[in-house]
Design a protein around this ligand. Structure first.
Ligand code: NAG
Ligand code: NAG
Ligand code: NAG
Ligand code: NAG
Ligand code: NAG
Length: 918
């Protein structure tokens, strides 16, 4: 047991890297807008399926071939198996689909790693995310990079083909289209419906879009437009195209016109690359109603480029840089996400693109930037508030300034004379892309939407430091806060109580959202120096929350509705309390709720817990992920993540990563490709640094008020267990010393000394930060043995991916040497160790610490405590390389290890291995 825990881990980790295992049935290919949203069905592990629109009821003709010394392989689409496609297979040559060896999914890219005979080639579908450049972000274009290499070093004749059909332009295939090709400075095919319907869609597809398929000219590059059988057959026979246009415009399905390229790479001995751009452009993008009328808003890229052609040329010229930026952004996101866990990183990687693809960026009034979000997957509503609320964490993480672009269209319309209600509307209209407003918004969802608007508006200000929205829309925001008070958001009922499709009185989760909404108004007033308003709303929120506690907490947990002690719900709105550092809800409630979740997940169905006990079998991944961000119980948190990942991998129910599905069989209910999936970023936003002091200080809710009786009682019991652990730790420590083994955990930046000192030199982010309790554990440890299948075993979920991360702002544990005035040091010497609820365990084991306790132990033992223990035992040998505090640190580390090993025993009983692809 005293085995080099870390070495085991490293072993486990290595096996993860070699076994790529996250392969959802629906893969995002290019997703950059609600309309440019192409997915692929990869369940057969073959590329030869037709790509589909996100709805998965409309094929997007997209065909890819590669010829290798006359052998013919298909790398995208299903043309080759159609007997009507005529081509000649020369003697001894073969036709086949390319072999997909691996698929890599990053936040911006889907990469097929393939072989075709003696050629190794990768196709990278890149849907850029450009946090630093709104012009680039507003491009409705994606890249397809093709990297080809001879795998045996010998020379091979290689030609690559790609075409798009008119199916990208309309849901109905009996629609006439027209097209043209320009050949300089880039070769660009474009196609559109002959008769467009401006700002209208049909079955979710735009009726006014122009499709682009472009590449750079060069040696061996040929192009053609024409009937699908003719072009594809010709390429398969000749490895080239004719550089000619088909001028007989016709219906999409009438000898399907396709827009094609061929790249003859010649005699290939090493690596070669080229890139395509694919686009689906519209102008105008949105019709927006404001006080003074309705306006057609152009795409934001039009502020810099006069035409789509010009924009597309710039886009193509920027391909290499765009790829480099994407790799960098992916690296940042994945590094951050891996610190929670690899399964979490998987889910984040899949969810990111679809979240951003729900949004289009346009030129708003007075050349401002507006973003419009379509309720993709659930409805056609414009800027739906509950979806925006779910997706918000992604925007806070990617670039919080963008939150303004999303909120302002809502704020502006509802501050205009066109809107007369005293509460916030649920959206800007039912029919994207027409943001006509909802002048008659009814009150049923008013508490939910009004609270969400106040919370989001405050979150934007808090994390950007920008007060513009607060100033401009203060009276609207205040009107909304007053509405929450007058409609008594504490007891949602009387026709304002609906949320999440549930329509019950006194829903706990909705009530706390209302309270946080009012408290957000207090923060807003405070920020603008309106002290009277601030006190009023702060007092209101404080008194409400006391009342809420007594009504909402029953039977050891928060109930779904007041007084229904057998009911429960995922209290995802507490995420806002955490995000905004309000500490409205006290730790004893959080602790109890954590404990409740930890028990609840043990009886979860395969695809997770319903979001409310009244919503039988109905799981919502976005609320699940926000809930995961509210809990300190890493076991429960990881379980929530696991169930969402399991759904992402659910190959029995093909759907573009939906947000709403049945907990038992995984069948989608709604939310395919929904931007609400952006809630996965909840966990990554808890460390965001506040740019405004707010009522609770920069770090939000400082100076932990842990003086509740529960914690103290727990501390007495737990303290004993902690002492026992500490003693054991000392034992281990000494044994390890005498073994004289190299300790890998001392090496490099991962030393405990650096770990503990990190918090000391951070400014403006004191160790009293409420959020610090919710940091992922620095190293989580499972040990595992027996991951024989080569598949990622449970244990490897917790690999030490740069555990200390070099990430400022993440750790703020006080150093025993450096911290002078850490109020945390007044706390119990060791965090209370509560016993795990052994009733739920099906094995006999010593009492286990709860995962949630692990994180806290770092901050709590003081130098004195350690010294006292040291004095009581033999003097511990001093390590030559680390300073005086290192022994204490190492000791803590041993204690930590022990706890983790015990923890792992617990978690091994909790999990089943994830589904396996073979
Ligand atoms: C394809 O991707 C794999 C994995 O990243 C890489 O090892 C290989 O070199 C790439 N092949 C080409 C031709 O770029
Ligand atoms: C191409 O393949 C050769 C081996 O045939 C290898 O040395 C080289 O690194 C590969 N290049 C890329 C970019 O994959
Ligand atoms: C295709 O799917 C979308 C989204 O589910 C739906 O709105 C549309 O009605 C469907 N169209 C048909 C013809 O089934
Ligand atoms: C390409 O050009 C040749 C020679 O003019 C012609 O016979 C052939 O049909 C053309 N192929 C296609 C697909 O248009
Ligand atoms: C909601 O809760 C309040 C306060 O506890 C109570 O007075 C009221 O009767 C409840 N409303 C309903 C419809 O249950």
């Amino acid at each position: 047991m005293q085995l080099p825990v870390l070495s085991l881990l490293i072993l486990a980790f290595t096996s993860v890297i070699s076994a790529q295992s996250f392969l959802p049935p629906a893969l995002p290919l290019i997703t950059r807008s609600p309309y440019l949203n192409a997915w692929s069905d990869i369940r057969a592990l073959k590329p030869n399926n037709w790509p589909n629109f996100w709805t998965s009821n409309h094929t997007l003709g997209w065909s890819g071939f590669i010829r290798v010394d006359g052998d013919l392989y298909e790398w995208l689409g299903a043309a080759m198996s159609n007997p009507t496609l005529k081509f000649t297979l020369a003697d001894g040559k073969k036709k086949d689909s390319a072999t997909v060896n691996d698929v890599i999914i990053t936040p911006t890219r889907t990469i097929y790693i393939m072989t075709a005979g003696a050629v190794q080639f990768n196709v990278t579908f890149l849907s850029p995310i450009e946090p630093d450049d709104v012009v680039l972000q507003s491009f409705p274009f994606g890249y397809v990079f093709v990297d080809v290499n001879s795998s045996d070093g010998a020379a091979h004749q290689v030609q690559v083909y790609s075409d798009l059909s008119g199916e990208w332009l309309a849901f109905a295939n009996n629609v006439p289209i027209q097209w043209e090709t320009s050949t300089s400075p880039v070769i660009a095919h474009s196609a559109k419906m002959s008769s467009q319907n401006k700002l209208q869609e049909n079955s979710n597809m735009a009726q006014d879009a122009t499709l682009y398929h472009a590449t750079n000219p060069g040696d061996g590059v040929t192009w053609q437009t024409g009937g699908h059988y003719g072009l594809r057959g010709w390429f398969l026979d000749h490895g080239s195209l004719n550089n000619t246009q088909d001028t007989t415009f016709r219906n999409i399905e009438d000898n399907f016109p396709v827009f094609a390229f061929s790249h003859d790479l010649g005699s290939l001995t090493g690596a070669k690359s080229f890139v395509y751009a694919i686009g689906l452009a519209r102008n105008p993008v949105i019709r927006q109603a404001s006080g003074s009328g309705s306006f057609d808003l152009p795409p934001y890229w039009s502020t810099k480029y006069k035409s789509v052609d010009e924009g597309l040329q710039a886009f193509l010229a920027d391909a290499d840089n765009a790829k480099a930026r994407a790799i960098k952004l992916d690296g940042k996101i994945q590094t951050d996400a891996q610190k929670i866990s690899p399964p979490y990183s998987d889910v984040v990687s899949l969810a990111t693109r679809q979240t951003l693809a729900g949004v289009e960026t346009v030129v708003g009034p007075s050349n401002s930037i507006f973003m419009f979000l379509k309720d993709v997957g659930s409805s056609t509503r414009v800027n739906p508030v509950e979806t925006l609320y779910a997706a918000f964490p992604t925007f806070l993480y990617i670039n919080p300034t963008w939150c303004q672009y999303l909120l302002e269209p809502l704020l502006q319309y509802q501050s205009s004379s066109r809107y007369t209600k005293s509460y916030a509307a649920p959206d800007l209209g039912p029919s994207y892309p027409a943001a006509d407003g909802e002048p008659d918004a009814n009150a049923l969802r008013s508490i939910d939407d009004t609270s969400a608007m106040l919370i989001m508006t405050w979150a934007h200000a808090r994390f950007t430091g920008q007060q513009g929205l607060l100033n401009t829309y203060y009276s609207t925001l205040q009107k909304w806060a007053e509405n929450l008070i007058s409609s008594n958001a504490l007891s949602p009922s009387g026709g304002a109580q609906s949320a999440d499709g549930l329509d019950m009185n006194n829903m706990t989760n909705l009530a706390i959202k209302g309270i946080i909404g009012v408290r957000s108004m207090a923060e807003i007033s405070h920020t603008l120096g309106k002290g009277d308003d601030a006190s009023k709303y702060q007092n209101q929120a404080s008194s409400w929350v006391e009342s809420w506690k007594t009504q909402a907490f029953s039977g050891g947990h928060l109930t779904a509705t007041y007084g229904a002690s057998n009911s429960w719900a995922l209290m995802y709105n507490l995420y806002a309390d955490k995000l905004l550092g309000m500490k409205l809800v006290s730790d004893d409630i959080y602790d109890a709720q954590d404990k409740f979740y930890a028990g609840q997940v043990l009886s979860s169905s395969k695809f997770g817990l319903p979001y409310d006990s009244n919503a039988v079998n109905s799981v919502k991944s976005h609320w699940t992920m926000l809930t995961a961000a509210t809990t300190k119980d890493t076991g429960a948190r990881d379980f929530f993540i696991k169930t969402v990942r399991d759904k992402a991998l659910d190959s029995d129910n093909f759907a573009a990563f939906p947000t709403s599905y049945n907990s038992q069989d995984g069948k989608s209910i709604s939310g395919r490709a929904s931007p609400a999936q952006g809630a996965v970023y909840g966990l990554l936003t808890l460390n965001l640094e506040s740019k405004l002091a707010g009522l609770s200080g920069n770090s939000g809710g400082s100076s932990g008020s842990k003086s509740n009786t529960g914690a103290i009682a727990g501390g007495v019991v737990g303290g004993l267990a902690a002492l026992a652990l500490l003693a054991l730790g000392i034992l281990f420590y000494r044994r390890r010393k005498s073994d004289n083994q190299p300790r890998d955990y001392e090496e490099g930046k991962g030393t405990l000394a650096t770990f503990f000192s990190r918090g000391g030199n951070r400014s403006g982010h004191g160790s009293g930060n409420a959020l610090d309790d919710y940091h992922p554990e620095p190293i989580t440890m499972p040990l595992a043995t027996g991951h024989s299948s080569g598949f990622q075993s449970q244990s490897s979920y917790y690999s030490p991916v740069d555990p200390y991360g070099g990430q400022p702002g993440r750790m703020s544990y006080s150093t025993s040497a450096g911290s002078t005035s850490n109020s945390g040091a007044q706390m119990l010497p060791l965090a209370p160790l509560r016993m795990h609820n052994a009733d739920n365990m099906d094995y006999q084991a010593p009492p286990l610490p709860r995962k949630g306790d692990l994180a806290r132990i770092h901050g709590t033992p003081s130098t004195e405590d350690i010294a006292r223990h040291n004095a009581n035992s033999d003097t511990l040998p001093t390590s030559p390389s680390v300073g005086a505090s290192s022994d204490a640190s190492q000791l803590r580390f041993e204690v930590e290890n022990l706890r983790r090993e015990m923890e792992e025993m617990r978690s091994r009983t909790m999990y089943e291995p994830p589904p396996q692809y073979t």
